[in-house]
Design a protein around this ligand. Structure first.
Ligand code: ADP
Ligand code: ADP
Length: 222
């Protein structure tokens, strides 16, 4: 059975950081809706131009556009053995669409991994976030600095700060999360899929907790 996982949690919880590590460890792709939108933006596609208006304000891109983009990505051959979804689903309609997409493919979610971090820590994490221009690896100026300032450890790419990582937009993203995405925690809890992980531990401890939870879900999955 394919290993289909979602990583949930507020902006700054560490979803992208952990998804990249898990992807390497588990050998399944990291599918991040934010990265897919940023790629469209960079290539200046019509979808990218549309998404920008929402991203710049910290609002959610409309469901139909987002769902279509993810559907297309999940149909790619590299997603055959499973995926780590990061940043999707973010609304109840997206969650229902994901259920449908997977069931059409004869698949189902193995776990919804919820990385819990208190709100007061999130802004500090987002304010110090630096991302590699070429591979998307994520660093933190204080909590996870690169070996050479301004350079990615993995490929030497230049590090940049995301345009939507201004304090005003960060605050709005956190608010939008509380209003529209937080309800998904009970959605997945009711389905018996939710696993809560303490995201305030150091990065390697969070990874270990996630891997352990995945292993348990995998072996108890019918
Ligand atoms: P998300 O994808 O959930 O928005 P990121 O993975 O981009 O979160 O992480 C946000 C920021 O916090 C990054 O700068 C990252 O280096 C840092 N970070 C991630 N996990 C931890 C952790 N466990 N402890 C301290 N800082 C972390
Ligand atoms: P963060 O790492 O701070 O959680 P993301 O990279 O996941 O941020 O998302 C950046 C922006 O992309 C969001 O503020 C939103 O505008 C858009 N976006 C990403 N995923 C979704 C989604 N599933 N539904 C709607 N909009 C999304």
């Amino acid at each position: 059975m394919p290993l289909d996982l979602i990583l949930m949690g507020p902006p700054g919880a560490g979803k992208g950081t952990q998804a990249k590590i898990l992807s390497r460890r588990l050998g399944i792709p990291h599918v991040a809706s934010g990265d897919l939108f940023r790629d469209h933006l960079h290539r200046q596609t019509p979808l990218g131009q549309l998404a920008r208006q929402y991203m710049d304000r910290g609002e959610l891109v409309p469901d139909d556009v987002t769902i279509g983009m993810i559907r297309e990505r999940l149909e790619q051959p590299d997603c055959r053995d499973g995926v780590i979804l990061d940043g999707f689903p973010r609304t109840p309609a997206q969650a229902r669409a994901l259920d449908e997409m997977l069931s059409e493919m004869g698949r189902s979610l193995v776990a919804a991994l919820y990385i819990r971090v208190r709100e007061e820590l999130l802004l500090r994490r987002l304010a110090g976030r630096w991302t590699c221009r070429t591979c998307g690896a994520v660093y933190h100026i204080e909590f996870n600095p690169p070996r050479i300032p301004g350079q990615c450890d993995l490929d030497g790419g230049a590090l940049y700060q995301r345009e939507d990582d201004t304090e005003e937009v960060q605050r709005r993203r956190i608010q939008v999360y509380q209003e529209q995405t937080a309800p998904l925690v009970s959605f997945y809890r009711d389905r018996g899929l939710l696993v809560e992980i303490d995201g305030e531990q150091p990065i390697p401890e969070v990874t270990a907790a996630l891997l352990q939870a995945i292993e348990i879900r995998r072996t108890t999955d019918p």
